[in-house]
Design a binder for this molecule. Sequence first.
Ligand SMILES: [Zn+2]
Length: 241
Amino acid sequence: MTFEPVVESAIRDLVLANRILSRENVIDDFGHVSVRHPTDPGRYFLSRSRSPEIVTRDDIMEFALDGEPIAQNGRSMYAERAIHGAIYLARSDVQAVAHHHTRSVLPFTVADIPLKPVFHMGAVIGPHVPVWDSQPEFGDTNMLIDALPKGHSLARVLGNGRVVLLRGHGSVCAARCLRSVCFVSIYLKENADLLLKTLPFGSPKYLTPGEIEKTADMLLSPMPLARAWDYWLARAGFSGL
Ligand SMILES: [Zn+2]
């Protein structure tokens, strides 16, 4: 099935975002990234259940915000697509969502140490990164966000931010475009790596709230996003497209 050009362009960028987040070791065998339908805000695009490193155009499926496929055609689907629909429902400003289990982020989901920006590129994660815990509301579960009530609960904890951590599981990033969600996801990992290297030396000097706001506004503007996107494309093997 082919769509109008603006939709085809979004789908193409979604395939590239899958490859980029895989190449940058943010997403591995599990995890996923989606984009809201550019002309129908009640829908979004997400791959069928497949590792992002090998996602192609034909794997991309269209979903309603309740996670129901528009045309499943026998394809298997990600169990945790409730993450995407619930955030698109709660946040009209969000156009792209990514979920990953980046290893360097995981310590901050289980230890009482906040994940805050320690270098300028890390400012994009925002001044406060909350941790969502399924236990108080849902008790013992399989740890997956595999139903809408869990997705809604997660979206509430995300609030107006760009990042929410999942206790003992991973993280979710939400942003206003695919380039931004890749930027936030990649520098969430880089900031966590740097913080883990810094903590053994003592209490880090974090960016101030004012520095975080000004730096994030600058980094998530068109020029830095275009420059980073071109770099990631080259590293993922798509330079010159
Ligand atoms: Zn997960």
